[in-house]
Ligand binder design. Sequence first.
Ligand code: ANZ
Ligand code: ZN
Length: 769
Amino acid sequence: MDYDHRKIEAKWQAKWAKDKLYEPNVSHPKKKFYNLWMFPYPSAEGLHAGHAFASTGSDVIGRFMRMQGFDVFQPFGYDSFGIHAENYAFKVGESPKVMLDRVTAHYEAQMRMLGHGYDWSRTVTTSKPDYYQYTQWLFVQMFKAGLAYKKPAEVNFCPSCKTVLADEQVIAGKCERCQTTAEKKKLSQWFFAITKYADRLLEGHEDIDWSERVKVAQRNWIGKSEGMLIEFKIQNSNDKIQVFTTRPDTLNAVTFLATSKLYEEGSREKKGVFSGDYAVNPLTGKEIPIWDTNYVAPDYGTGIIMGVPAHDERDMEFAKKYQIDIVDKAPDSALWQKIETEGWGKKQTNYHLRDWLVSRQRYWGAPIPMIECPKCGWVVDEKLPILLPDITDYQPKGDGHGPLANHPEFFQVKCPTCGGEATRETDVMDTFVDSSWYFLRYPSVQGSLAHPSGGGSHFTQGVCTAWDPEITKAWLPVDLYFGGAEHSVLHLMYARFVTMVMHDLGFVNFNEPISKFFAHGLMIKDGAKMSKSRGNVVTPDAYLEKYGADTFRLYTMFLGPMDGYPDFRDDGIEGMHRFVKRLWKLFEKGLSLKGAKRAPEGRRDLEGILHKTIKKVTEDIQAFRYNTAIASLMILVNALEGLTKTGSHPESGVARAAEGETLWQETLCKLLAPFTPHLAEEVWEKMGHKTSVHTAIWPKWEEKYLIEDTVTIIIQVNGKLRGQLSLLGPACRQAGVTKLAKEQVAKWLEGKSIKKTIYVPGKLVNFVV
Ligand code: ANZ
Ligand code: ZN
C-alpha cells in the first residue's frame, strides 16, 4: 500500500478527538505536565510557518513527556483582544468580532491538521465575555489592593496606533507594534504598580529555570541600582540639593554638581552653562560650581548628579571641556558609613522599571471596570462582565479618548456607592493584561463556559472563580513554557507580576507561574525574516495538503536547533517527504517479515544500534535538539533499510536478526511518535496494538549495549588505497557499506564499470574495475 498521508492523518486526528486522547483528568492528575505554548494573537487569516515551527516544538516535548508516563495538559487559545486583531479587522473591513470568528476557526483547523495534542475542550478566547469578565475581576483585585491607580503622567503615545503605550512597548523609541516613533504626551492613565514588586521579580529568578537571556533582559529592564541620596548645601542660601549616586565612596573627588536643566534626548556632545551658584562639598568643605547640563536625565534619580571627573568618564569629558577642577583621590569605601553617620545622606535604591501603563484609547479591549463619581471618586463596578458594546464607530481618533467616549449609553451610569450620576471609564485594558493570567485559566475551563448572565453572581467578595483552587493546585505552575524571547520584559514579566499579586491576595499558592521557560528561535524564509512586507510569509496549509503534517513536522524540526533561526526551503521539504515515504516502506517490509525465523547471532548488533539511537533521541529531545535526534533516526533507518532486504546481504548478522524481529519496529515507531505522530500511530496499530502509541512507554536504553567500537574500513580500487570509512561496529557489517564506500571513491570509479566488489566485513572494500 502506498503512503497516503491524507487518509492516515485524517483518520487519526478524528480518532484522537473521539477518544479524547489529549484531554487529561484535570481534577486528579497522577503525574502532571503542564505544557504551554504562547497563544497567538489572530492578526491574519491563519497561522504561518513560524507558528507551526514553534508550536510543533512544543508538541514534540509534550508527546515525549506523555510517553514518560505524565498526564500532559497542552492547551490552546487566542489572545484575541488588542490592537493586533483590531487593526487586522480594520484592514479587511470587518468588525473584530466577525473577523475573529472566521479566523480562529481557521487557526484551530490548522492546529488540528498539524496533529498537535491540544486539549480542545479547554480553550480561551480573551475577547469573549466568559474570559474578560475575569480580566476585569483581576483589575478590581488590583484596585482594591492599592495596586491600580489613575494619574496624569508623561506617557508614550503612538500617533499611528492613536493610543498610549507602556514603557515596555517602546523599543528604541519606537512603537513595538508599528515601528512609528513614539511621542510624549501628558495624559491621565491607569497604571499597575509593578514597581512595588521589583525586588520580588529579581529574587524570583533564583527559583525558575528560564533561558538566561530572558532573565538578563528582565534584570536589565528592572535596572536595580543601590546607592545614596546625598545632600549638598547651596552657598549663601538655605536651600539644599540632593543627588543620587551609586558611588558615595567618591565624594572626596566631587568637584561640581550637574543638573538636567538643558537635557536633550540623544545628544552626543556634552554641553553646559554655569548656573552662577555654588554648593559645598560636605566632606571637604570646598565650594563647588553648579552647572546646568544636557547630559543628566531629568527623570532618573533626582535629576541632579555629583560630578566626579576623576572616576566618571562623562564627568571627565565635561570637566575638561569647561575647565572644571579635577581632583584625583582614591575612592574611600568608608564614606558609605561616614555619610550616614554625619547625616549628609542616606541609602537609596533606584530602579529603571516604571509602573505598568494598562489603559488604552482603543475599542477592542476589556472595558476597565471603574466608575468615576463626583462625590465618591473612583469606584469599582463589580457587576461583571462589563460588556464591550457593539458599536460601528470603533476607529481610534487619537484625541486622547477611546471610541467608547462617544457612547453615553455606555458611560453614563449610576454610582454603585451613592447612586448619583457618574461616568464609566471609557479606556479599555491593554491586551497584555489579558495574557498576563491566561495560563491560570486554562485548566479550570469547564467545557465551553456559557456566557454568565445576570452579572455579579460569579463574584463573591474575596472569592475567585476565575480558576478552581483545587485544579490550580494540581496543575500549576506551568512546567514548560515555549515562547519567543521578544516577550521577555512584556508578557513574561507581567505574568510573573500578576501571579505574585494573586499569591499575596491568597488566590494562588505559588509565586512563580512558570517553572521552566524555553525561548525558541524564529523561522526565516530563504535567508530573510518572514514578514508580510517582504511577502515571504509561508503558510503551512498548502504544504500540509501536499506533503502531510508528519512530513511538515519532521522537516521543520530537522532544520536546526529549536532556539535557532531555521530557514524554510521548498526543496528541503520535498526531500523530507521522500524520507517519510521510505519510513513507510521500511515498516511495511518489516511487518511483512513478521514471524520469520529469528537469527540470534546478529541480535546483539541490532541492539547496539537501537540502544545508541534511543539514548541519543532521548537526550536530544530533552535538550530541544530535535534536529540531531532526527538525524540519528535517519542513520538508524539507513541501517535498517539494508537489513530488511531479505537475503541480499548474507554477510550481515544484523540483517538476519532483523528479519522477523519486532524489536526494532516497536522501538523505531516509538522514537518517531513525537515527530510523526500519525504515521507512528498507523504503524503501531498495524503491529496489533489496541492502545495508542502516544500513551505507550518510551523505550529505555541499556548502557551494556553502548560499547563504542569504531571500525575503520579501507577502500581500494584495483587494490590501491583510495579512501577509508569510519563506522560503528555494528554498522560495518551492514549492507550499505559498499554503497557508502562507492561514494567515497566516486572519482576513481568515474567512467569505469565495476567488475567485482570484494568486501571483507569490518576490514576492507575492494572494487575491481
Ligand atoms: C558619582 C559617580 C562617580 C557616579 C562614579 C558614577 C561613577 P545607575 O547605575 O544607572 O543607577 N546619575 C545619577 N542620576 C543620573 C541622571 N539623572 N542622569 C544621568 N546620570 C545619573 O547610575 C547611577 C550613577 O549615574 C550615579 O552615580 C550618577 O553618577 C549617575 F565614578 O555619581 B554617579
Ligand atoms: Zn503604533
